[in-house]
Design a protein around this ligand. Sequence first.
Ligand SMILES: Cc1cc2nc3c(=O)[nH]c(=O)nc-3n(C[C@H](O)[C@H](O)[C@H](O)COP(=O)(O)OP(=O)(O)OC[C@H]3O[C@@H](n4cnc5c(N)ncnc54)[C@H](O)[C@@H]3O)c2cc1C
Length: 280
Amino acid sequence: MPRNPGRHDLGLRASLLFPDREIVERYYVPLVYTACRTCYSELEPDEIFRRAVDGRVDPDRQRELIGRVIESGHGSTIEHIVFTFGISGVSRTLSHQLVRHRAGVAFDQQSQRYVKYKGASTMEPGSIAEAEPALRERYEGQIAGALDLYGDLLAAGIPGEDARFVFPNATRTNLVMTANFRALIHMSGLRLCTMAQWEIRRLFQLIRHEIFAVSPFLGSFLAPKCVPLGYCDEAGNRDGHCPIRPHKDAVLAAWAERAKGSRAGRELPAPEAADAEATP
Ligand SMILES: Cc1cc2nc3c(=O)[nH]c(=O)nc-3n(C[C@H](O)[C@H](O)[C@H](O)COP(=O)(O)OP(=O)(O)OC[C@H]3O[C@@H](n4cnc5c(N)ncnc54)[C@H](O)[C@@H]3O)c2cc1C
């Protein structure tokens, strides 16, 4: 089982910039409810929304419908609500992974062209921090050397957009990320998985924490993808080392075994056996 990155303070942060708890409580669940209910109602959306916001529709009933719709995979209903995060102190290693998500998500990132860093800050992985001191010192020396050279290049008049070529992947960066709720569930499914890289996994633990703080109901949908699926589909977990859910191979094998048992005695004889029986 990979170590839980949550045990280390990595110096990275994720804060929910928008919306606040009041907006989420008052409008977000009614908004998603309205999207779901519009599909099955003669009422116009603004009437459904007003009834949901002013409490004429029991909030438990709203949540129950939303839960059912999400479980059924009707994801467009949750694209109507978005969350904006300020993400800071993450490494460029992380940001490169994060911006691979394209659907339903927007990013703005601190520019290494326009910012002339006086003291660029870097991330040290726990495995290196706890490594044999001589090795750790070589790592730290290499990083410090790269940052020193960056300063020398700037001082010599090299533009920031070129001097930044010496920056290591460990260099920290800041982003603003806005994601609709469908995208956030999808990203969390991948990035909360124990197969995800430790730093991005930690980021999504913080993101989940922020959503929980404004809505435990919505926060409950942010989970490793195996949780809603009921099984793990990661090839790297065929050995079952991550125990959150059984691997799909194990689930299918158990299913096949059970199906075989339930058909016992009812199968047609195999062709060779039938031939042998027919031969006098
Ligand atoms: C554990 C892990 C290891 C990884 N390792 C690598 C690696 O070694 N190398 C590497 O390059 N990347 C790697 N990735 C990144 C991965 O391949 C994806 O690029 C990344 O996770 C973004 O996810 P997504 O494709 O679901 O995109 P999102 O933008 O989050 O898309 C959401 C969903 O929308 C749909 N969608 C989005 N765009 C399209 C489209 N153009 N056409 C059709 N459907 C679309 C898909 O159903 C997709 O799942 C890794 C990711 C993880 C989680």
